[in-house]
Design a protein around this ligand. Structure first.
Ligand code: C5P
Length: 316
């Protein structure tokens, strides 16, 4: 940890004087293996995270207090007080580094709320990186990831980005060895969100009732697929244990998945706890065609093309 300092007098020069802009991606889980419910209320996970090119942007400026404003996806729906994950992230970093949590934060959101793309976690990761630069606290990526883990299971991954294995409750991340290939995705965004805790509870219920599909198991096939370049090979290895739960809570998603495959996608899965569905395409042009067709069939609010892997939260 760096020596404590306060953003006043001489020390103010340690931070950035102008605005700090951080861009942070959304994530999908290429493999989301959900194990048993632990005593702490979380499930043991075996997941492969993948950062894709749909971004939120957080700007941090010097201020006399801590304030948050926002525009874009979810503006007007999201509380901007201390319950917001962005505010919690700023307080957590300030507490760790021993500085005053003073900043004017502005969020431009393109990642939908409660969409299964870790938008809230992404914003928390962006806040840690932006305030670290603004306040000149100079934490290492590992220190930031440590603070991130307390904010949410997906937050450490969004600091790192790329493609990474997630274990524990998802907070323990290690990079995956993969070829430098870009994969092309169509991201079908639904109207309204789904609650992540509710999706995990629904999976537990389905498992207890014996009506959930068999658990995914190991990630070996997916990791091997990531070491080659053929999207058809990758398509055969995608999977999500939470998909049955998301479909039980939102049966219309079955139509979205069917429509994506009918439009020529190599595979389609629910992203995280849903309701966003993601489809793997052959390449960028193929993805554009699938996205237009999905938009025309009205099985989703919006279909966007994205590629991955991309970097995690970074100062622009
Ligand atoms: O970690 P995060 O706050 O993002 O998790 C939100 C909720 O999702 C948790 O409160 C829990 O209900 C559920 N969850 C889980 N197992 C995980 C991660 C999340 O049950 N590994």
């Amino acid at each position: 940890m760096t020596e404590a300092w306060r953003p006043d007098g001489e020390d103010e020069r340690r931070g950035a004087s102008g605005p700090v802009k951080v861009r942070v991606p959304a994530k999908v889980n290429l493999h989301l293996g959900v194990g048993p419910l632990r005593r702490d209320g979380y499930h043991e996970l075996n997941t492969v995270y993948h950062a894709i090119s749909i971004y939120d942007e957080l700007t941090a400026r010097r201020g006399d207090t801590l304030t948050l404003t926002m525009e874009g996806e979810g503006a007007g729906e999201l509380a901007l007080d201390d319950s917001n994950l962005v505010m919690r992230a700023a307080h957590a970093l300030a507490g760790y580094a021993g500085v005053l949590p003073h900043a004017r934060l502005h969020l431009r959101k393109q990642i939908p709320l409660a969409g299964g793309l870790a938008g809230g976690s992404a914003d928390a990761a962006a806040t840690l990186v932006a305030c670290d630069a603004l306040w000149g606290t100079g934490l290492t990526r590992d220190e930031l990831a440590g603070i991130a883990a307390d904010l949410g299971s997906d937050v450490p991954f969004l600091i790192h980005g790329g493609t990474a294995l997630g274990t524990g409750r998802g907070e323990a991340v290690s990079p995956v060895l993969a070829r430098p290939t870009s994969w092309y995705w169509v991201v079908a965004i639904a109207d309204g969100g789904l609650s992540t805790p509710a999706a995990y509870r629904e999976l537990d219920r389905l498992r207890e009732a014996g009506t959930a599909g068999p658990p995914l198991g190991a990630t070996d096939a997916l990791l091997a697929a990531l070491r080659q370049r053929d999207p058809r090979v990758l398509a055969a290895t995608l999977g999500n244990d939470l998909q049955d739960a998301a479909l039980a809570m939102r049966p219309a998603l079955a139509e979205t998945l069917k429509a994506g495959e009918a439009a020529g996608a190599l595979a389609g899965i629910v992203s995280g706890s849903g309701p966003t569905c993601v489809f793997l395409a052959e390449n960028g042009a193929h993805a554009e065609r699938i996205a237009s067709e999905l938009t025309a069939t009205e099985v989703c609010r919006e279909a966007r093309v994205a590629h991955g892997p991309v970097a995690g939260a970074r100062v622009n």
